[in-house]
Design a protein around this ligand. Structure first.
Ligand code: SER
Ligand code: ZN
Length: 688
């Protein structure tokens, strides 16, 4: 077997050849599809000379003919093997026409052109376009595309590709022909084609400059009634991006197709998103609240890629988080602005702690911006997506909404239509905010989750509180020595009555050294600091807060997220005690303080029910295990169950009461109130 080759960022060189125009024709036949590709190719004069051969990426398929500059090439005038198509001598600019054969019904890779049920569709990210036709399959080669599709009218009445429909003709033998043109240059990973007997719903959206955009969502006929929530979500996303970031849609048509066999969540192909049907279809009678939220989030995510990913794309695949981290940040903000910000933040942090932290502590650990890969498909990870979005969120936190928006404006002013890097993005944020983010960049290059420890010393005589933060990231195979990171700590001090008494200029502390102290004057006794509010940095937090102080924060913190986090800390502390008791075969018990804090929160009528449901959910096993070097799976599971049953036993009446209170809202409504009621009711049911 061939050893797979590692690709390094340090070896990056610009493309030797550009493609300015790609005219593709797909002739779909019974058991094969013939692809004809006409490429306008131009040498990159700055790095090539006469002897530089043309090298295109290609997968295994049969080539029928090659015509270069109008001349048919004989088989010895080009080579096509081991994933590469080569022509030794070429002029500086010429047209290359290649015809090849694909067998989509035999393609089980879910990449390139493949069959899902009776539908033909494509998936090209990251490197699937080379399974369609020979091409410089790298994101920094951006071409204009046209796509002509010829197929049987009965079997494939719907023929779609990127951009605008510019031609349609009926042909002999019950066949038809369409031609699509995408006016925007794009990398090959954004190419898409769909052919099949599918139905659609349609609507329109008027952009703020008054252009009318046709919106279409396609699915199998029997599912077409389940597409309406996706359509509503799409219109919400279009409006939100205009309002929050001033970004307007750029084509006259936006199409989404739901596919049953799909390898990821969805794909942002220009003007023709292809979705895993899980993130489009919702039957109001059977879809859960989570299904509705996920659809809204993923529809938003793919829509937002139109600017962050498509209009400005990646220079190379090492930059994947440039589009994914930023677009996850944008979809999280979209969901937060439209629904409950606190609930959204809590879910994201739970996900991060439950999945990304373990990834970063295990054998898969890699930086948000990796410096090498064997197969790019393996880098669609929690780290690139979720930690990547946390890094964008920290930049937002450090420079503020106004500067961040200006940075986004500058990003499109400078880089529209280009393939750029994460450092280009940070560059515009530095420029817009006049802040130095040099140290911050380390977050992108260094893997692992930093551990931040907080230790206090208080002098009651002069009412002075000193807080010392220390950061440490454990060495791993990526870096032996970890440098200190630039860590934003959103911060408040609450007095014993729960009032914020933080000096105005100390609400965002910036930890830059390994160890740093911050001094606060005029702090009365019994005040409690609330740190990493809204989870202002993706770190593991260790504090000297007592159980009483955590209970106090759980009840009184003015930040919903921090209330949740205090509760989670209390639960973890309690679980650690129980796990310890299990391991040393002692009697198990739950502390009275925890039960009291739980009861107080549960019966507080002023609390938002959705947040309350999150606050009173026990951490998942995968989160609990983050707190141990040696993971005792059975003990974790037993302890969690014991804690849950003990709480349930002591609070049965309150739970029953709340179930009753929360059963009054309309079961089909997806308003925040109705969803909040259901989530609290389900929490109570789960305890009982
Ligand atoms: N680019 C897709 C997405 O994250 C995944 O392939 O939207
Ligand atoms: Zn994405």
């Amino acid at each position: 077997m061939k050893t797979p080759e590692k690709i390094y960022l340090k070896d990056y060189t610009p493309p030797a050849f550009f493609v300015d125009q790609a005219d593709l024709t797909f002739e779909i036949k019974e058991d094969l599809t013939q692809v004809n590709s006409r490429l306008k190719i131009r040498k990159n004069q700055s790095i090539t000379d006469k002897s530089t051969p043309l090298v295109l990426d290609m997968d295994e398929f049969e080539i029928i003919s090659v015509i270069a500059g109008g001349m048919v090439l004989l088989p010895h005038e080009y080579t096509a093997h081991d994933g590469l198509f080569k022509i030794a001598n070429t002029p500086d600019a010429f047209e290359l026409e290649i015809t090849n054969i694909l067998r989509p019904h035999e393609n089980t890779s879910l990449e390139g052109l493949y069959q899902s049920g009776t539908i033909l569709c494509t998936q090209c990210e990251a490197q699937g376009f080379r399974k369609i036709t020979p091409f410089p399959d790298r994101p920094d080669v951006m071409a204009r595309y046209s796509c002509t599709i010829i197929a049987d009218k009965t079997k494939y009445p719907v023929l779609l590709s990127n951009g605008n429909l510019v031609d349609y003709k009926e042909l002999d033998n019950n066949r038809h022909f369409v031609r699509w043109e995408d006016p925007f240059k794009k990398p090959s990973y954004l190419f898409a084609l769909v052919a099949g007997d599918i139905d659609h719903i349609e609507d329109t959206f008027t952009t703020r400059s008054g252009r009318i955009v046709d919106l279409k969502i396609f699915s199998e006929r029997e599912n077409i009634d389940k597409c309406y929530h996706a359509m509503t979500s799409l219109k919400q996303a279009m409006e939100w991006d205009e309002n929050r970031f001033g970004l307007e849609y750029d084509l006259d048509l936006y199409q989404i197709v739901a596919i049953n066999d799909f390898n990821a969540g969805a794909m942002e192909n220009k003007g023709l998103n292809i979705f895993n049907s899980k993130y489009v279809l919702a039957d109001p009678l059977t879809a859960t609240d989570e299904d509705f939220m996920n659809i809204q989030g993923v529809i938003g995510h793919e829509y937002f890629h139109n600017w962050t990913g498509n209009r400005v794309t990646l220079k190379n695949w090492f930059q994947l988080s440039l589009k994914e981290g930023l677009t996850v940040f944008r979809d999280q903000e979209f969901s937060s602005d439209l629904n409950s910000r606190a609930v959204k933040r809590i879910s994201n942090v739970k996900n991060l702690r439950g999945q990304q932290f373990p990834e970063d502590a295990g054998p898969m650990t890699h930086p948000v911006m990796p410096d090498s890969y064997i197969k790019m498909d393996n880098f669609y990870t929690m780290t690139v997506y979720e930690k990547g979005s946390e890094l964008v969120r920290m930049i937002h936190q450090l420079i503020g909404e106004q500067n961040f928006k200006q940075g986004i404006d500058l990003y499109f002013e400078k880089f529209d239509g280009m393939a750029v890097t994460i450092e280009d993005f940070i560059g515009v944020m530095e420029k817009a905010s006049t802040r130095d983010l040099e140290q911050f960049k380390l977050w992108y290059f260094q893997s692992g989750t930093p551990i931040v420890t907080m230790i206090r010393s208080y002098n009651p005589e002069i009412q002075q509180l000193e807080i010392t933060f220390q950061q440490k990231t454990l060495p791993d195979r990526n870096q032996e020595i970890k440098k200190p990171l630039h860590i934003p700590i959103k911060f408040e001090i609450l007095n014993a009555e729960g009032k914020n008494i933080t000096p105005v200029n100390k609400k965002l502390l910036e930890l830059r050294k390994e160890k740093e102290s911050f001094v606060f004057k005029n702090i009365p006794e019994k005040s409690v600091p609330s740190i990493f509010r809204q989870f202002s940095a993706p770190v593991k937090i260790q504090t000297d807060l007592t159980d009483e102080e955590l209970s106090f924060l759980m009840a009184n913190d003015t930040d919903e997220f921090s209330r949740w986090d205090a509760a989670q800390n209390l639960f973890v502390k309690e679980l650690k005690l129980i796990i310890n008791a299990i391991q040393s075969r002692k009697n198990l018990s739950v502390s009275k303080g925890l039960v009291a804090a739980f009861k107080k929160a549960l019966t507080d009528p002023t609390r938002d029910r959705a947040c309350l449901a999150k606050t009173l959910s026990l951490p998942m096993e995968t989160e609990i295990k983050n707190h141990f070097d040696l993971v005792d799976v059975n003990a974790i599971n037993t302890a969690r169950l014991f804690l849950k049953q003990t709480i349930a036993g002591q609070m049965k009446d309150q739970f029953l009461n709340i179930i009753d209170l929360c059963s009054k809202s309309d079961p089909l409504s997806i308003s925040h109130g109705a969803m909040a009621d259901r989530s609290l009711k389900n929490l109570c049911l789960s305890y009982l």
